[in-house]
Design a protein around this ligand. Structure first.
Ligand code: SAM
Length: 192
């Protein structure tokens, strides 16, 4: 069973767009309590229960959280800090991610515009990271709370990814302003 109902959002995104499969390397940002990590380890075969290719899942949160079988857990680590991103980089050992997921959200103040600004800062941190650490053709899923900066973010995603879609999963509560950007076909880093 899943640690929280957020799992159903990722399951639904995967059901519709088939972003996770055995053997993929996934980085799960804002992962606590770990339900997306559970889904990702199952679908990538990171726990190696089947004969399929074995995937790898790295899960980061600024809160501590319990291990998920098959995943590498980086608890108590702020994703936006250089230290955390260096730790991820070292663990990847030159490999890159097929899929970067972010369900990260700041603590909501209730002031809509401020909350929007804060989640967009996290979204941009994820995008910068994904650009550095994704394989060509890689996928990025990022949660935002809708607001004035979402459009420009979508435009920025389009600079780096071949296709960008906006998804509102059925599992998202009706009154929530939450939506997910699904960016696929990372164009790769132009090496100079
Ligand atoms: N996807 C998770 C799951 O399915 O179990 C739920 C994630 S919850 C909606 C959002 C998470 O983002 C929180 O656990 C929060 O601690 C984390 N978060 C917020 N800011 C963060 C940051 N700067 N670095 C790492 N995690 C962060």
């Amino acid at each position: 069973s899943y640690r929280c109902r957020s799992a159903f959002k990722l399951l639904e995104i995967n059901e519709r767009f088939k972003i996770l499969s055995p053997g993929l390397t996934v980085i799960d940002c804002g992962a606590a309590p770990g339900s997306w990590t559970q889904v990702a380890t199952n679908l990538t075969n990171a726990h190696a229960k089947r004969e399929d290719p074995v995937g790898r899942v790295y899960a980061v949160d600024r809160l501590p959280f319990y291990p998920v079988e098959g995943a590498t857990i980086l608890g108590n680590m702020d994703f936006t800090s250089a230290k955390t991103q260096e730790a991820l980089s070292e663990m990847l050992r030159g490999d890159k991610a097929d899929v970067v997921l972010s369900d990260m959200a700041p603590n909501a103040s209730g002031v809509r515009e401020m909350d929007h600004d804060n989640i967009m800062l996290l979204a941009y941190a994820v995008l910068r990271f994904a650009v550095r650490f994704s394989k060509a053709q890689g996928t990025l899923v990022v949660k935002v709370w809708d607001g004035g900066k979402a459009q420009e973010f979508e435009e920025n995603l389009s600079k780096f990814y071949g296709s960008v879609k906006v998804i509102r999963p059925d599992a998202t509560r009706d009154e929530s302003s939450e939506k997910f950007f699904l960016a696929r076909g990372f164009k790769g880093l132009k090496t100079s």
